[in-house]
Write a protein that binds this ligand. Structure first.
Ligand SMILES: [Zn+2]
Length: 87
């Protein structure tokens, strides 16, 4: 699998990223990226693009939002998993 240089996590700023997973959505199966610190994940092709689009929040804002982002992502992953089980 091709390894691309990744920008830090757009949610928590971490560079502790995993790129060897598969990400499923309505369009099928894709290379995925996951942040090992806050569990955010996205399609690999969208990871860097999304980071570019985010404003640069101060650390205290990112720290306050991290649990919310994590909970949101956990729910998203649960739904993605449910889709896989059904399919
Ligand atoms: Zn993160």
């Amino acid at each position: 699998m091709e390894q691309k240089p990744l920008r830090p996590c757009p949610f928590c700023g971490s560079r502790n990223l995993r790129q060897d997973l598969m990400f499923f959505d309505d369009e099928g199966e894709h290379e995925g990226v996951e942040c090992l610190d806050c569990d955010a994940s996205n399609r690999a092709e969208n990871w860097n693009t999304r980071a570019d689009e985010l404003p640069h929040y101060p650390d205290f804002v990112l720290e306050a939002l991290a649990p919310i982002a994590s909970a949101f992502d956990a729910e998203y992953q649960r739904r993605q998993h449910a889709k896989r089980v059904i399919a």
